[in-house]
Design a protein around this ligand. Structure first.
Ligand code: ARG
Length: 466
């Protein structure tokens, strides 16, 4: 069963791993997506080796040419990935060695442990940039809905009960805030990723005279002033998986936001609300009930948020209890990260697509927001303006609500005599409290849903999203 000893580490072995062990331990099926970063890292590392004189410039150039050729093959899809060679690093190194004899020197002062840590840091920087761009795309689509429906008012809900009126735009801008924090989290993950582990070796660095700062600079691991940033502890550098967890956590939290937005849209698209019409392109029908139009894209967003949380949990459990430093368990760190990245990216596209095609049922929104009960708090504020203490005002308006229910009329259809009986502070203008445009205009503070504030926030988002 045993195969020939593995070329890169087989020196001390008389027999290679069993077929089953190869299948069990390979990671190339998923870590091959690190190839561009692995090659970038190898180019920087070999440039550094030449810089300090551990290889010649001619050897460096040959290695660089070889790496370019390998990358071209990978990009063209003609590269032969071999499970037998375990992972992306050894596949590339062996392919390179076949082309370039000097490649035998490439792994000088390097281990796969600091190599994979570097690849992943480069990957995280790119992945965060990618997701930040996609968040931006989703935000623009949401801003578009707000723009097209700037005058639409809807009830805002607490406990899923009608609470107070808001501009639809105000509700949508809440989504923009959530997504903006998500983008900031990804920016912070990218920032944390910006430290170069190369030179940490397998665990304890190297005895060879390398120049870590050179490599860091070559790979763009630099601060705002262009100064190289290298990790400060070789043991931490090869065993730290905080970034994986932070990235998955940022994805999971973004997923929670997906789920909450999706739930709003599912409710709004239901016959019971019917505030919005989801685009056909992001809905599906029923194989049995001909009338159905199901909000599947939104349900999947809600569902995928569970998966994103699962990935985070996988990583937390994976890292917990591991002794320093590298342990092979850590190879399992990549599938959840890649899955979180891919699913978050996909969700953001679907979110953008759904919002881009969202139509409002303006009549239903107007009917719902015309409910005078939404302005019961405004009525209490009216009494406060008449000098009544808020607690008393609240109590009085509660009694007014009760009376209206008893008489089976709208809150605004009671007579002045009715309400005066509840509280003498009610004057003839009490019923003005139910004038919706006037009521909205009273909400003037920052962060409130008054028309001037919403317009201001719209301008702010226009500026942020460009
Ligand atoms: N494929 C491995 C991983 O992702 C690379 C590091 C291997 N290191 C080792 N000591 N076996 O974890």
């Amino acid at each position: 069963m045993a195969k020939q000893a593995q070329a890169t580490w087989g020196g001390r072995f008389s027999a290679g791993p069993a077929e089953l062990m190869l299948r069990f331990s390979e990671s190339v099926s998923f870590d091959r997506r690190l190839a561009p970063f692995d090659i970038q890292g190898s180019k920087a590392h070999s440039a550094m080796l030449a810089h300090v004189g551990l290889i010649t410039k001619a050897e460096r150039d040959a290695i660089h040419r070889g790496l370019d050729a390998v990358l071209a093959e990978i990009e063209a899809g003609s590269f032969k990935w071999q499970t037998r060679l375990e992972d992306v690093h050894m596949n590339i190194e062996q392919a390179l060695t076949k082309r370039v004899p000097a490649a035998a020197k490439l792994h000088t002062a390097r281990s796969r442990n600091d190599q994979v840590a570097t690849d992943m840091r480069l990957y995280f920087k790119a992945a965060c940039t990618d997701l930040i761009q996609r968040i931006d795309g989703a935000q623009r689509a949401i801003l578009g809905v707000a723009e097209r429906n700037a005058d639409v008012l809807i009830p805002g809900y607490t406990h899923l009960q009608r609470a107070q009126p808001v501009f639809l735009a105000h509700h949508l801008f809440a989504y923009l805030e959530m997504l903006q924090r998500d983008a900031e989290r990804f920016a912070s993950v990218a920032d944390h990723a910006n430290w170069c582990p190369l030179g940490s070796g397998a665990i304890a660095g190297t005895t060879l005279p390398i120049d870590r700062e050179f490599t860091a600079k070559a790979l763009g691991f630099v601060d705002a002033k262009g100064r190289p940033q290298v990790t400060r502890n070789s043991m931490d550098a090869v065993s730290d998986r905080d970034l994986f967890i932070e990235f998955a956590s940022a994805c999971a939290l973004t997923g929670v936001h997906f789920s909450r937005m999706a739930e709003d849209l599912i409710l709004w698209a239901s016959q019971e609300f019917k505030f919005v019409e989801l685009p056909d392109a992001f809905c599906t029908g029923s194989s049995l009930m001909p009338q159905k139009k199901n909000p599947d894209s939104m349900e999947l967003l809600r569902g995928k948020s569970a998966r994103l949380q699962g990935n985070l949990h996988t990583l937390l459990v994976l890292a917990k209890g591991l002794p320093l430093t590298y342990n092979r368990d850590l190879q399992e760190d990549k599938p959840p990260v890649f899955d979180s990245h891919d699913q978050t990216a996909l969700c953001l596209e679907v979110l953008a697509g759904t919002f881009a095609g969202l139509e409002l049922h303006r009549g239903n929104c107007a009917a719902a927001v015309a409910d005078p009960a939404l302005l019961a708090t405004d009525l209490a504020d009216y009494l406060v303006r008449q000098g009544v203490a808020f607690r008393d005002a609240h109590h009085a308006v509660g009694a007014v609500v009760k009376l209206a229910e008893k008489k089976a009329v709208g809150l605004d259809c009671l007579t002045l005599a009715d309400v005066k009986e509840v509280h003498p502070a009610f004057k003839a203008d009490w019923v003005d409290s139910f004038n919706l445009p006037k009521a909205m205009a009273r909400r003037t503070g920052t962060g409130m849903p008054g028309p001037a504030q919403v317009a201001r926030q719209y301008q702010r988002w226009l500026k942020i999203l460009g």
